[in-house]
Design a protein around this ligand. Sequence first.
Ligand SMILES: [Zn+2]
Length: 482
Amino acid sequence: MNHEIVIGLEIHSELRTRSKVFCGCANEYGAEPNTRTCPVCLGMPGTLPVLNRQAVDFAVKAGLAMNCTISGFSKMDRKNYFYPDMCKAYQISQFDLPFCRDGYVDIEVDGQTKRIGIERIHLEEDAGKLNHDPYAQGSLVDYNRCGVPLIEIVSRPDMRSPEEARLFMEAVKEILEYTGVSDCKMQEGSLRADVNLSLRPFGQEKLGTRTEMKNLNSLRAVQRAAVTEAERQEALITAGKTITQETRRWDDNKGESFSMRSKEEAMDYRYFPEPDLVPVVMDEGWLARIRESIPELPQARRAKYVQEMGIPAYDAGLLTGTIQIADLFEQAAMTCGNPKSASNWIMGEILRQMKEQEGDSLDPGIDGIRLGSIIGLVERGEITQASGKKLLEAVMGTDADPVVLVERMNLRIQRDEGAVIDAVVLVMKNNPQAIADFQAGKGKAVGFLMGQAMGLLKGKADPGQVKSVLEAKLKEFDGGAS
Ligand SMILES: [Zn+2]
């Protein structure tokens, strides 16, 4: 590239509220078309919207988690446009007084922290969905999504490569998931991004003419679309042509984008304050309650795992994959007192079992306290590693107490030295051939005797203890014989 790439993202995220933003219809994906609608979200004359408080909480929560300033006074506005996916012919959104402004999200680029500015986060309603049906020879519209609460996160044009755009999108997704604001199911469209991209000569301050690519619904699509668009613009500039400010549609199958329309300006929408809704005044108490509900975020947790718990960076990345696993890890590590062991058990046993399960459940099937207590039993040598796995399997998906089960399943290691000696002596007495083999120098005989003794002790003995008793007895026997 002979030019510097400048990228800004507009990320739309559906909020995980139970009902829609201005009516009581269920906010759920996948229902029969037009079965989650009412006169309000269908925009019937005479209906009035009522703002969903949970949606406001979520918008502000996302803003706080992304270091934004929260407006004490906000209002909703009408954005006027005509398109069949929105039957009112306007969308209720926020224009000049969004809930959140001037935040940032840090990303890691080649081991360096880079800060990406957030210009604003505002609340709005989603539109319906047009299904282009070749059999009906036209388009069918499904209004189930109409009125689903949405936040739009507008970044500053701070990204300088397609990779940075993807990393930023990933970081935002992680924050929205940890805070529980959105389920971020990109394949269902609950998180999607518009990529604004322009080029400029290196060292130039003024931004070039930008294009906007709409509705990218995977992290990979964000990066690929940005790479392709940067190359397209570079080729145009090299050929002496100018870039047109426009909206483009990205076709992920073809790996190409197509011009949709010239980019509209804000004035085209004739924004005006929504007359059917009162402004939102947010006091300190309300704000404090939202602030308290924000959990520790993945970036801070990764740093803590690496620096304070001695976990390798790669493992810390896996352990913070979801908040459910991160919480499980922290609780298990605290209970057993050994973060490294907790990490090994989660990455070895828990993540493997979750992968084998059907569906995309985030539930690890056990809580950190019980997992930590199983690990503790193994760590203290009270049960063997194999018994630990057996115990974990029995506990997973139930509310059984491993400390009770360990007795009921009779898993505790037998450490009574007298019992071990008795078993070894009995085994030696009953297997004269093995003793003869041992004396003839056949090493395999020791393993055989060891197995017999462990069997006699029902597999609950400490193998190290049995081995040392057996070796001592064989030595005695050998010495006595010669
Ligand atoms: Zn409705």
